[in-house]
Ligand binder design. Structure first.
Ligand code: NAP
Ligand code: G4F
Length: 323
């Protein structure tokens, strides 16, 4: 019989890649989607007939208990969250309810319905925030710099706590930034590659950005979802850093993306204070050696390939909308 997995956040970037990957592994895939007045299944439109969508919300524990009772998954991947750092200063309580307490609600639902379920928690390099060592690894102390980062620290530790308190197979993937042509338009990589495509098409004249000096360890989302699955293949649950081990500044991203379209970024980029953050995470670079040695995980796509892929996809998208 096919193994069944439940993905929360299936309509998001990672959820869509994970669903594709698990279908390829022969899984039956259930995706939890929250009610909205308009359908937003764009990222999973191509696999919608192959997955089962079930209604629920991380804010509502009963909905998750019912989903687990009805779907009986062997694995739960908790990818749903309020995931945009900037928004977390404007909506700190909602971010806490979803990104922090939502994890407890799901863990509790698992404990109540079927403690044999294997659980993956989408933790984040934002937990390292004001970094205490370089590169960051599993043992690096956390120092979050945003309500989002604080919420993720809670989600991480409640996962560890339920593992230790109730012997759940609950693992936490501390994933560094990962991007793709399906990345939300508000995140800097996609904002830049989509902006480049609009400028190249003559639609926009300028691209307004915030801090160009911030450095991130950027990888490809489709590579990173494999690591999530590998974590649940291990006999023992654990925490793993998933990263490329390289860091690049926003300025490097901008230079590369504009150059890919044959443009000089300095003619188009303007700095707008609205995109600066009350507290910044200046430098992230992860050490993925534990994931590589224990899980046998490795990435296929590097930073330059990622930026080229995203610019190409956005050029095609913008062109198709014009035509
Ligand atoms: P994303 O594209 O923003 O997707 C977030 C998903 O969460 C969407 O499907 C969204 O549904 C869902 N969601 C939000 N609030 C919900 C709620 N109350 N109940 C149920 N679903 C809800 O995020 P992503 O980039 O795929 O990231 C996936 C996870 O990994 C997130 O937890 C994120 O914080 C974490 N993470 C991401 C990165 C990264 O670089 N991408 C790095 C580390 C960790 P709607 O479509 O209805 O909005
Ligand atoms: O693309 P970002 O918004 O991603 P950020 O804040 O690093 O968070 C992402 O990665 C985390 C993993 O570390 C995830 F947990 C989280 O869910 C999310 O996926 O910003 C990246 C950097 C920041 O330093 C920001 O200040 O880019 C800088 N930046 C400069 N100008 C900008 C802009 N960011 C955005 N979004 N928009 C700008 O105009």
């Amino acid at each position: 019989m096919a193994k069944r997995a439940l993905i929360t956040g299936i309509t998001g970037q990672d959820g869509s890649y994970l669903a594709e990957f698990l279908l390829g592994q022969g899984y039956e895939v259930c995706g939890m989607v929250r009610r909205s007045s308009t359908v937003n299944f764009e990222r999973i439109a191509h696999i919608q007939d192959a997955v089962t969508l079930v209604a629920g919300d991380l804010l509502d524990e009963v909905s998750m208990i019912n989903i687990l009772r009805e779907s009986r998954p062997a694995e739960v991947y908790n990818l749903a969250a309020q995931s945009f750092v900037q928004t977390s200063w404007n909506q700190p309580v909602l971010t806490g309810e979803t990104t922090a307490l939502g994890v407890t609600r799901m863990l509790d639902a698992i404990r109540i319905v079927d403690p044999e379920i294997r659980f993956y928690q989408a933790s984040s390099s934002e937990m390292f925030g004001k970094v205490q060592e370089v590169p960051q690894q599993e043992s690096t102390p956390f120092y979050p710099r945003s309500p989002y980062g604080v919420a993720k620290v809670y989600g991480h530790w409640i996962t560890v706590n339920y593992r230790e308190s109730y012997d759940l197979h609950a693992s936490s993937g501390i994933l560094f930034n990962h991007e793709s042509p399906r990345r939300g338009l508000e995140f800097v990589t996609r904002k830049v590659t989509h902006g480049v495509a609009r400028i190249a098409a003559g639609i926009d004249e300028k691209l307004a950005l915030g801090n160009l000096d911030a450095q991130r360890d950027w990888g490809y989302a489709a590579d990173y979802v494999r690591a999530m699955w590998l974590m649940l293949r291990q006999d023992r649950p654990d925490d793993y850093v998933v990263a490329t081990g390289e860091t690049h500044s926003v300025k490097e991203l901008v230079e590369l993306a504009f150059a890919a379209a044959g443009l000089n970024w300095e003619r188009y980029v303007v700095i707008d204070d609205r995109f600066l953050r009350p507290a910044e995470v200046d430098l992230l670079v992860g050490d993925p050696s534990k994931a590589e040695s224990t899980l046998g995980w490795e990435r296929d796509v590097d930073f330059a390939q990622l930026v080229a892929m995203m610019v190409e996809a956005d050029m095609a998208l913008v062109k198709s909308r014009l035509g």
